[in-house]
Design a protein around this ligand. Structure first.
Ligand code: C2E
Ligand code: CA
Ligand code: CA
Ligand code: CA
Length: 276
């Protein structure tokens, strides 16, 4: 079966499923894709709870693989982090998001995911400053989304990074809150502007007896006390909008207000600024 082209391909596909080879292939393909420009960004609206207006968009990277089609960032970001390619990919994401956001109406923000690997690089503030300057984007229109993985790095360096980024005037959000080791200690000192409540707390919230509402309420109270905004992530239906609004979340993000879409499709939505 290995003799003809089709046989070779199938044999290879089976090997790819086996693990290490798959990973190596993914890594090689990622490197090629960076050179070839096979990435683009999609943007998902973030909506203010009070007036249902779009306050900004989160940039989410997409990889159009020539053979495999669209590959999920959940699959390739961890690989890019392990092999160091996240530095180049993350810089491309930052520059592209700033450039595209600079074309939006003045108050609309863009949120960019920053890997803990990027966050550990002392050059990050310079990279961010250069992306802002090159795009002509005001710093307060850029929000960097960070996960608690950054707190596994050296704590002095982490503190310095927070100060350097805040010094640039960008906003900082703590992403996926509630999913990791849980960050009450981190919240004490880290200068976050916003906590993003992970979508696992929104799932099932409308079902009777579900305890997620109590948890969201507690996070919102904590965030308000610390002067931070809250975004409920992964809101899919109207019932969930009603509930997270009642619980006091200041912002909502999820399929109910829009799936991630390419930059060219969102300009029209921004003209009115209003969703309802
Ligand atoms: P995340 O930062 O938590 O992003 C939110 C994810 O939830 C996105 O998946 C988004 O499409 C999805 N989502 C949004 N609303 C809903 C909803 O109502 N229901 C459901 N079920 N899902 C919803 P996506 O785009 O596949 O990204 C997955 C993860 O990959 C992101 O999670 C983030 O951790 C990472 N990622 C994406 N883009 C980048 C990037 O540019 N840099 C880095 N370092 N990581 C990225
Ligand atoms: Ca995020
Ligand atoms: Ca998240
Ligand atoms: Ca996530």
């Amino acid at each position: 079966a290995k003799g003809d082209g089709r046989g070779v391909h199938r044999f290879y596909a089976e090997e790819m499923l086996a693990g290490a080879k798959h990973r190596q292939q993914l890594e090689d393909d990622l490197r090629t894709a960076l050179g070839a420009g096979d990435f683009h960004l999609c943007y998902q609206p973030v909506v203010g709870t009070a007036d249902a207006r779009i306050v900004g968009y989160e940039a989410l990277v997409r990889w159009e693989h020539p053979v495999r089609g669209l590959v999920s960032p959940a699959d390739f970001v961890p690989v890019a982090e392990e092999c160091g390619l996240i530095e180049a990919l993350g810089e491309w994401v930052l520059r592209t998001a700033c450039e595209e956001a600079a074309r939006w109406p003045g108050s609309v923000r863009v949120a960019v995911n920053v890997s803990p690997v990027q966050f550990a690089n002392p050059q990050l503030p310079g990279i961010v400053a250069s992306a802002l300057a090159h795009a002509g984007l005001a710093p307060d229109r850029l929000e960097l989304e960070i996960t608690e993985g950054v707190f596994l790095n050296d704590s002095t360096a982490t503190d310095q990074m927070f100060r350097a980024l805040k010094g640039l005037g960008v906003r900082l959000a703590l992403d996926d809150f509630g999913t990791g080791y849980s960050s009450l200690g981190y919240l004490r000192s880290a200068p976050f502007d916003k906590i993003k409540i992970d979508q696992s707390f929104v799932r099932g919230i409308a079902q009777p007896g579900n305890r997620n509402a109590a948890i969201i309420k507690a996070i919102v109270t904590l965030a308000e006390t610390l002067g931070m905004e809250t975004t409920a992530e992964g809101v899919e239906v109207q019932d969930e909008i009603d509930l997270v609004r009642e619980l006091g979340c200041s912002h909502i993000q999820g399929y109910v207000y829009g799936r991630p879409t390419r930059a060219e499709h969102i300009a029209g939505r921004l003209d009115g600024g209003e969703l309802h």
